[in-house]
Design a protein around this ligand. Structure first.
Ligand code: ZN
Length: 188
């Protein structure tokens, strides 16, 4: 079985911008390409799990949301050859009733964090030992997802810095940014 470091996307890899839906607004956080390179050179997989309700809100199409992920991968690769082993994205949102919404994606799904659908899908596809794996993110939703999935969790001081006020939950560890979090894991 493989070990994995699951990463949140917005606020963890790229700078947090509310409802980012244009790939050219993507900007990497400091040092993330180096951090991801470190993961690539370790025995951990590097897999992104991201909620992107921008599709359900009709700010862009599903295909355009995929393009944003592709562009993120390009930015990482162009920086230093670092790469993501996979990206799992939830395009859904449960709250219906907005004029501009895309109803097809306005559903109560099993993938939207803090549900663990994306982690379970990755676990099956890559044969991951969740007990030896981590989730790094910038919100209490990420920490709750990790806890729900049996992962160890690290909360970052980037992006929303855990101040999203969704869940009152303690992570297993804290780190200043992705670089420090990866160092914390790989030093063990
Ligand atoms: Zn979903």
């Amino acid at each position: 079985m493989k070990k994995c470091i699951f990463l949140d996307r917005d606020g963890t890899i790229n700078k947090y911008k509310e409802l980012l839906h244009n790939k050219y607004d993507l900007e990497l956080e400091e040092g993330v390409s180096e951090a991801i390179k470190q993961i690539n050179e370790s025995d951990y997989l590097c897999i992104v799990v991201t909620n992107q309700p921008i599709v359900a809100r009709n700010l862009c199409t599903y295909e355009e949301a995929l393009e944003i992920n592709d562009y993120l991968e390009k930015l990482l690769f162009d920086a230093n050859g670092s790469y993501l082993d996979a990206v799992y994205m939830c395009p859904h949102h449960p709250d219906r009733g907005y004029i501009e919404e895309n109803k097809k994606f306005k559903i109560e799904c099993e993938c939207r964090k803090p549900k663990i659908g994306m982690v379970v899908e990755a676990q099956k596809e890559f044969n991951i030992d969740l007990n030896k794996s981590y989730l790094i993110g910038d919100t209490s939703i990420d920490i709750m997802t990790g806890k729900n999935a049996g992962l160890k969790t690290i909360l970052l001081n980037t992006g929303l810095k855990g101040k999203d006020n969704n869940y009152d939950i303690e992570p297993d560890g804290y780190a200043e940014n992705l670089c420090d979090a990866v160092e914390l894991i790989l030093k063990r």
